[in-house]
Ligand binder design. Sequence first.
Ligand SMILES: [Zn+2]
Length: 210
Amino acid sequence: MCRYVFRAPRVGSYVTVGREADLCPKFPGRQSDGSRFIRSEVTACPACSFAAKEEFDGLDLTPTERDDLEERLKEDGLLRVFRSNPPPWLAFHAAEVCGQERGLAARELGDLCLRASWVCRKERERPFESTFQLRAIRYFIRALKEDTLAGRELSVTTYLVGELNRRLGNHREALNWYVNASRTIEGGPALSWLERLIEDQSRLAKEQAA
Ligand SMILES: [Zn+2]
């Protein structure tokens, strides 16, 4: 965006060994390696903090959009505090700010926050993990109201609102969302993994609520 030229680190191929219940991929080896792989999904400019999931070459921003983005990035509180010494999750926050300005769908903004929370967990940044989980919930609920989600995306988004609530300690809220999620599944083998996950996590939330 600011025409600063830099080389984004390339992360090679990797294997995952399943997922956690909030769909965070598990990697063999050190947690910090896993964090690095998740972080490689977003690129942030070291000069102006512009960040996005896409390749920057393909972005087509008008001069007005550039100015507005530059302004937003300069004014953002977290970026101001952390820019000089960026924590691992900062690029996701920058991508969220840029995504809001660029009018990304709520589902996509929620995805950025969910990924930020995964990075925080792998890096043991507990308070920030909760902050991003809460923001992901808000975006996902907005997506369920405003975006036209269907099929797998509808079921997974609804489930994630439940699972993130459970992780934040809102067990009854979580149980309601698990029920909503299972209602969106229309049978068939494609989402049987999600049905099993909902059963397991509902059981867990009931134990935790007791
Ligand atoms: Zn830049």
